[in-house]
Design a protein around this ligand. Structure first.
Ligand code: ADP
Length: 808
């Protein structure tokens, strides 16, 4: 073979040159070339006429059509033509094989084609054998990855490449397959040192592998994404087809578009809209029959049903408010006045902030109906939630949606029921909430009722903020002291006391009777319930501070009348008189608390205040022989027990005055009993009653039956103030008491007591226990006639066996 293994080519042996536009032919590489330029074809013809040798050198710029000598790289590959084919269009296709790199020493001719004189390139390496070995292995490894990643290289190449030991040849073979820029390939070709060349090739190879790997990763990701979308699309289409078969498709589509429509039309905050949209999107993906879809649909329904920005027009006209409150309620002057004041302030500050109204009073005194009237007067919608017995925070705040069957709490439910975002919201019986392990509802309530801190309320189910700053909350309670402190602090308390008999009569005449007649279809049927009948019901069929049972019993009468009318087709007027009540309601239910029948030793009438109003509280004391023990029975609360001890100590300090022996208390036991099961016996208002009963029992002086009393006592006998005076006086009045002893400090509370009561009741102000005794006992204690204590009061075996000794 010509030139092979020659160190240099002797001058005069010129070789035709084929300038290549965009390819570098490396030694050992077989490539087809298409040749069209005349000059190049001439060079090929010359080669064919000789040894088929042709020098393949790249042009520096592929675009140059007619390159000069300077446009051609000097280093190239001497190749041999394996095959030459003339194509019909004048082009020539030639198959050449690269043999060895040479450098053009000089161009001999340029026309009609280039010929050049070549000089050999010495391929010796400076690398050690082991270095070469290492690079060869690395290149082999990398090339394997390259072939795997690059589909353009046929896999058979791997076998032939791994068989090459010679580093130079390996470098050339691999370089031929790399996708490099022309200049880079040329640079590789020009590296004479095979070790160095192979190293360069390795560097390029590594870079290529890295790029290919990244490409693969990206391709994979894109593919996966596409697959998923396609899969979802396919499955959805399939599902739709199935639903269509089952006849559900239209339905669910309608439903979805209906939800969408509603969402579009609904005025709501962005946060809620986004959430609803997100859920709607989820719903679209689900089978409409699945349980999950129902949950999601319910949730969207809740969002859509809530009045987010729908307000009823607000009007606060104080005259209207006063008129409506008066229209709906008899009496209640003070509460009505306080309510109008509260609303007047609201009107001035133009927003609902600050304290929440709290109506406190016994059941049936009109708390709920006052709140309803407020709503009516303001033109707001009204909702009521009873908090009685609520012990779980979730009842107020709702359950998280992850729970099966979860729902929003009472607040959000009621707002939905109200249908506007500015209703009057009545929180009934806020004192009856309790807390247990399921969380503290009071703290949830606190969040609702603290407008300073929270304009928004977050329900667990909705998981969205709902603006409650326009809601007007009103609370009610029977007992102020059972409301948790922090809640109480945020309230403006309006107390509503019980009604007198006369007030009840008026309420019944003006409001209750017309109402029950209407409810029973007796309106305009000439049914008349007389005053005496109402009073009879008040006195003997109800025992309450409010009028709830009164209303119930009147309804009972109406039911009977309705039955009679329907049964006998009667058209005659019906008049219910006091005497006829028993016919309608059966035997009387309560005998009014009556004052004691006679003056009794050791029995005193106190006055108690309970959640249900005032009541009489009887206290009995008996003395027996014994060892100085004080026994308290009747389930007394702690405070009352202490009151009894204090009363006892006070009376003991009076021993001498009462004419008792110094060792009297060592030989006698005292038994204090408070009968009457229905009244909770606690509270600090029975001190003077206890002391009076004890004194009476010890001295044997009877207590006046016409007197009742209330007041706490100190050890030195001072009388301290009590609460619930109005209720207590009403109870005394009901019971037919004629004189009531009250503490001096309660004198101011007499203002609230209805005049009728004050007219018929002699109210005596007391400051010291001595005054109490003076008014209550039939005789003054100072000149007490020694009497035998009365063990007969309570049957006592021991006492009757051993009659107690006389006092002195
Ligand atoms: P509360 O909420 O205090 O327990 P309600 O407001 O439910 O009591 O009152 C019970 C019934 O008594 C209602 O029908 C109410 O209209 C009526 N009522 C109570 N007080 C009055 C009053 N002062 N005037 C007219 N009706 C009254």
């Amino acid at each position: 073979m010509l030139f092979r293994n020659e160190k240099s080519r002797s001058r005069g042996n010129l070789v035709p040159v084929l300038p290549l536009r965009d390819i570098i032919v490396f030694p050992h590489m077989v490539v087809p070339l298409f040749v069209g330029r005349e000059k190049s074809i001439a060079a090929l013809e010359e080669a064919m006429n000789n040894e088929k040798d042709i020098f393949l050198a790249a042009q520096k710029n592929a675009k140059t059509n007619n390159p000069g000598v300077d446009d051609i790289y000097r280093v190239g590959t001497l190749g041999q033509i394996l095959q030459l084919l003339r194509l019909p269009d004048g082009m020539v296709k030639v198959l050449v094989e690269g043999r060895q790199r040479y450098r053009i020493a000089d161009f001999a001719t340029q026309d009609p084609f280039f010929t050049a004189e070549l000089e050999a390139v010495h391929e010796t390496t400076s690398r050690s054998q082991s270095e070469i070995e290492a690079i060869v292995r690395s290149v082999n490894g990398s090339f394997e990855s390259y072939v795997k990643l690059n589909k353009k290289v046929p896999p058979e190449m791997l076998v032939s490449v791994s068989a090459i030991d010679d580093p130079g040849r390996l470098a050339d073979t691999v370089a031929a397959h790399l996708e490099l820029k022309l200049e880079d390939k040329q640079a590789l070709l020009e590296v004479a040192d095979p070790g160095e060349r192979l190293e360069e090739v390795f560097r390029y190879l590594q870079g290529e592998v890295e790029i290919l790997e990244i490409e693969k990763r990206i391709r994979g990701r894109v593919k996966k994404q596409m697959e998923r979308t396609q899969r979802e699309y396919y499955l959805n289409e399939q599902m739709r087809a199935i639903q269509k078969e089952l006849g559900q498709a239209d339905e669910s589509k309608n439903e979805l578009s209906e939800l969408e429509d509603r969402l579009k039309k609904k005025d709501m905050p962005k946060e809620a809209r986004d959430k609803a949209q997100k859920e709607l999107k989820k719903l679209r993906m689900m089978s409409p029959m699945s349980a999950e879809a129902t949950v999601v649909r319910n949730y969207i329904d809740w969002i859509l049903d809530l009045p987010w920005n729908e307000k009823t027009p607000e009007k606060i006209e104080i005259d209207d408010v006063e008129r409506i409150l008066d229209e709906d309620h008899y009496g209640l002057e003070k509460p009505k006045q306080r309510i109008t004041e509260y609303l007047a302030v609201l009107k001035l500050v133009e927003r609902i902030q600050g304290p929440v109204l709290c109506l406190v009073g016994p059941p049936g005194v009109g708390k709920t109906s006052l709140a309803k009237s407020i709503a009516r007067a303001l033109g707001r919608n009204f909702v009521r939630v009873s908090l009685g017995g609520v012990r779980d925070e979730a009842e107020i705040r709702g359950h998280r949606r992850t729970y099966i069957g979860a729902l929003p709490g009472k607040v959000i439910q009621s707002v939905k029921k109200a249908g506007s975002s500015n209703p009057v919201f009545l929180l009934d019986e806020i004192d009856k909430m309790s807390s247990d392990f399921r969380g503290d509802p009071a703290s949830a309530m606190l969040e609702v009722l603290d407008p300073e801190q929270n304009a928004n309320f977050n329900d667990h189910y909705l998981d969205l903020d709902y603006n409650i700053s326009d809601v007007m909350f009103i609370t009610t309670a029977n007992n102020l002291y059972q409301i948790p402190g922090p809640l109480r602090d945020r309230m403006e308390v309006i107390r509503i006391e019980g009604y007198t008999e006369l007030e009840k009569l008026n309420i019944a005449k003006r409001h209750l009777v017309p109402k029950v007649l209407k409810n029973h279809g007796l309106e305009g049927k000439s049914v008349n319930i007389s005053d005496s009948a109402i009073l009879e019901v008040v006195r003997h069929y109800t025992r309450e501070s409010g009028v709830r049972n009164l209303e119930r019993e009147l309804a009972g009468i109406c039911r009977k009348i309705a039955r009679d009318i329907v049964k006998s087709n009667r058209t005659r007027a019906v008049r219910v008189t006091g005497n006829a009540v028993e016919k309608y309601l059966g035997p009387i239910k309560f005998r009014t608390d009556k004052a004691a029948e006679k003056d009794v030793v050791g029995v005193t009438q106190g006055l108690a205040w309970t959640e249900f109003g005032g009541d009489m509280l009887l206290i009995e004391v008996s003395v027996t022989s014994g060892k100085g023990k004080l026994t308290l029975t009747g389930k007394l609360g702690e405070v009352m027990q202490e009151s009894a001890q204090a009363a006892m100590s006070y009376v003991r300090s009076l021993s001498a005055q009462l004419g008792l022996h110094a060792d009297y208390f060592q030989n006698h036991d005292l038994h204090v009993h408070v009968p009457e099961g229905a009244i909770p016996k606690d509270g600090p208002s029975a001190g003077i009653t206890l002391a009076t009963a004890i004194t009476s029992a010890l001295t044997g002086i009877p207590v006046k039956r016409s007197v009742a009393m209330t007041g706490e006592i100190t050890l030195r006998g001072r009388v301290l103030p009590i609460g619930g005076l109005k209720e207590k006086l009403l109870a005394a009045h009901r019971a037919g008491i004629t004189e009531v002893l009250i503490p001096k400090d309660n004198e101011k509370d007499l203002r609230d007591v209805p005049q009728v009561v004050k007219d018929e009741l002699q109210v005596t102000i007391v400051e010291e226990m001595e005054e109490v005794l003076r008014h209550a006992l039939v005789r003054p204690v100072g000149n007490a006639k020694p009497e035998t204590p009365t063990p007969t009061e309570v049957p006592d075996v021991e006492a009757s066996q051993q009659p107690a000794p006389p006092f002195n």
